[in-house]
Design a protein around this ligand. Structure first.
Ligand SMILES: C[S@@+](CC[C@H](N)C(=O)[O-])C[C@H]1O[C@@H](n2cnc3c(N)ncnc32)[C@H](O)[C@@H]1O
Length: 233
């Protein structure tokens, strides 16, 4: 069973860490958007595309904003052994069967300086409430925690024509009635609309903050995603 750390960063996490017992409509939609196996396959594909097969199998890897932990399962299936996850939601972490997930705020990472080799974020940064402040703080924390020569990998939504099309379609009432997946997407978007539109609306700012902390090794924009792999400055 997953363990929840007692660390609860001040001051924001107290108000934002969600209670394990309270239902959350965004989380309910996220859980029905993809099955765990669909999600794991997607993560494995991404990891391979972004060069994870070249990383040492004993690298210390943390998946930030890890949700229900399927990114960790993908890493495990690729042979990685030293894995940890961090997420603000005790309910999502409770769905993960491993013992290496911590409930914490990624703006204040519960790890020692220079203690990790790879930090991964897949679809978490766009949940940060304040840009650029929270992004800068999260990236500073990642820089602090990474060893020299370490890596970051981000995959986040990006307003490409494909993403615009997907959102247009997912908001059509008939499509929502016919497709559980599209309805889940539209529901998630409704519940995260403030941070999501803030994120999608500031691409240059986001790239600038990322480059201030990390040297890009790979960067691409495709299928509604920003894919970034970098090393700490
Ligand atoms: C879109 S989900 C992505 C989950 C997982 N990476 C995936 O792709 O399935 C975003 C996650 O970020 C978490 N989250 C939001 N703000 C956070 C914060 N400040 N620190 C840690 N986790 C946070 C949410 O609880 C949620 O699980």
């Amino acid at each position: 069973m997953a363990t929840a750390s007692t660390k609860m960063p001040e001051p924001h996490a107290k108000s934002e860490a969600r209670e394990a017992s309270t239902p959350d409509p965004w989380e309910a939609a996220y859980l029905r958007f993809e099955t765990p196996e669909e999600e794991i396959d997607k993560f494995i594909g991404r990891l391979k595309r972004l060069g994870a097969r070249q990383w040492p199998r004993d690298a210390e890897i943390v998946e930030l904003f890890c949700g229900r932990g399927n990114g960790l399962i993908a890493l495990q299936r690729l042979g990685f052994t030293r894995l940890e996850g961090v997420d603000l939601s005790p309910r999502l972490i409770a769905q993960y069967q491993g013992s290496n997930c911590i409930v914490a705020d990624c703006r204040e990472l519960p790890f020692a300086d220079r203690s990790k080799d790879v930090l991964i974020v897949q679809g978490g940064l766009h949940h940060l409430p304040n840009l650029p402040g929270d992004l800068d703080q999260t990236f500073s924390e990642m820089q602090r925690v990474l060893r020299k020569g370490g890596r970051v990998m981000f995959v986040e939504p990006w307003l490409t024509p494909f993403l615009m099309f997907v959102h247009f379609v997912s908001e059509i009432p008939l499509v929502r009635r016919l497709s559980n997946k599209m309805d889940a997407l539209a529901t998630m978007t409704e519940h995260e609309i403030r941070t999501y539109t803030q994120w999608l609306g500031q691409p240059e700012l986001i790239k600038k903050v990322a480059r201030a902390h990390f040297v890009p090794v790979h960067e691409s924009f495709a299928w509604g995603k920003w894919n970034f792999v970098g090393t700490p400055r």
